[in-house]
Design a protein around this ligand. Structure first.
Ligand code: NAP
Ligand code: ZN
Length: 350
């Protein structure tokens, strides 16, 4: 199959810095959309994958799954998109399309395994897929999203992962007006969680380890801030939450958070992918649940983007050049980002 070389940034080992590389992009096939990448968000998952925190990373890793760009060319079967259109690509670029999950519009749970935007199996060129830290990408139209033109384009990029990953559980667990919702961890995902829960009419409590983020949390839409390290404050909120969204990226003690849930309420984990311990009694005494959630399907991602267009919601970002990515990674891991880094891909093209 024909392909073209493009510039990208990636890591050659799990301890290496990211550096400039050349990668191949396939020719635009009948169902494909070729996209000139304008911006790409920096997700904590990019760092986990580069560092091989979850195992199974394949190198070089070219991360990036919060992609915004403009259509350069389309294949002959593409009718949904046209040249010049503003589009997005999130965490997936393919799935089997025939299992029950795919039929239900939940491609992220594809029973035959969805193809990740990076570190997925590349069925076209062989090897593994390369993400959005690059000049261009070619994606099947089914996994391309339409981006509302009225939004600030730079702040839209993080919606493709941080946005949908928080939107999907809030919708699936039917968070509604008047519910008391706690968002645990004010980072990239957490700040979108606050914005969405607030927009859905919930009473939002930011649950954070960082007292210094209190003012920001309120500006972003939190009604209250709860410092999780303060046992007295935690006791005041015990048994009071209808829903908790836990975005903590590392192994941590979830028992204190379970204590915050009301009877029949659920805490959804989206961050920590590792063995966590909880006390059975904490769930049994109150019929509580701990659940998990992975990004969101294509249909609900489009719904989320349209909702953002209507409600003027974007991410709060700090723009960086591609060449500053290693410093940005250090800042994310040391909890120093407000609240998402976005790469200006022009810096790679110059
Ligand atoms: P992030 O920007 O680094 O934010 C994580 C936040 O968690 C931090 O800002 C911090 O907030 C809090 N935190 C950090 N270490 C903590 C600790 N030891 N104990 C308690 N809180 C801690 O990360 P992100 O990009 O939002 O991603 C969050 C996690 O979700 C990552 O693991 C990522 O891989 C995962 N993720 C999952 C999905 C999915 O589909 N399930 C999708 C995308 C990302 P405070 O300072 O407020 O405490
Ligand atoms: Zn992500």
């Amino acid at each position: 199959m024909k392909s073209t070389e493009v510039k990208a940034f990636g890591a050659k080992t799990n301890t290496a810095d990211l550096e400039q590389l050349q990668i191949d992009r396939r020719e635009t096939l009948a169902d494909d959309v070729e996209i000139d990448i304008l911006y790409c968000g920096v997700c904590h998952s990019d760092i986990h994958t580069v560092r091989n925190d979850w195992g199974g990373s394949q190198y070089p890793v070219v991360p990036g799954h919060e992609i915004i760009g403009r259509v350069i060319s389309i294949g002959k079967n593409v009718s949904k998109f046209k040249e010049g259109q503003l589009v997005g690509v999130g965490c997936m670029v393919d799935s089997c399309q025939h299992c029950q999950s795919c039929k239900d519009g939940l491609e992220q749970y594809c029973e035959n395994g969805m193809v990740g935007t990076y570190n997925g199996k590349d069925e076209h060129l062989g090897g593994h897929t390369f993400g959005g830290y690059s000049e261009k990408i070619v994606v099947d139209q089914k996994f391309v999203l339409n981006v509302p033109e009225n939004l600030d384009t730079k702040g839209v990029a993080p919606l493709l992962c941080a946005g949908i990953t928080t939107w999907s559980p809030l919708r699936n667990w039917n968070v509604k007006e008047g519910d008391k919702v706690g968002v645990i961890g004010l980072g990239g995902l957490g700040h979108m969680g606050i914005k969405f829960a607030h927009a859905l009419g919930a009473k939002v409590v930011m649950i954070t380890t960082s007292p210094g983020k209190s003012e920001d949390a309120k500006r972003l839409g939190a009604d209250e801030v709860l410092i999780s390290k303060d046992e007295e404050q935690m006791a005041e909120h015990a048994g009071s939450f209808d829903f908790l969204l836990n975005t903590v990226p590392v192994k941590h003690d979830i028992n204190p958070y379970i204590g915050l849930l009301k009877r029949d309420a659920t805490m959804v984990l989206v961050g920590a992918i590792e063995p966590l311990e909880f006390h059975g009694g904490g769930l049994i005494m109150g019929r509580k649940s701990v659940a998990g959630s992975l990004i969101g399907g294509i249909k609900e991602t489009q719904e989320m983007l349209d909702f953002c267009g209507e409600h003027d919601i974007v991410s709060d970002i700090e723009m960086i050049d591609m060449q500053n990515i290693n410093e940005a990674y250090d800042r994310v891991t040391s909890n120093d980002v407000k609240y998402r880094f976005v790469i200006d891909m022009q810096s790679l093209k110059n």
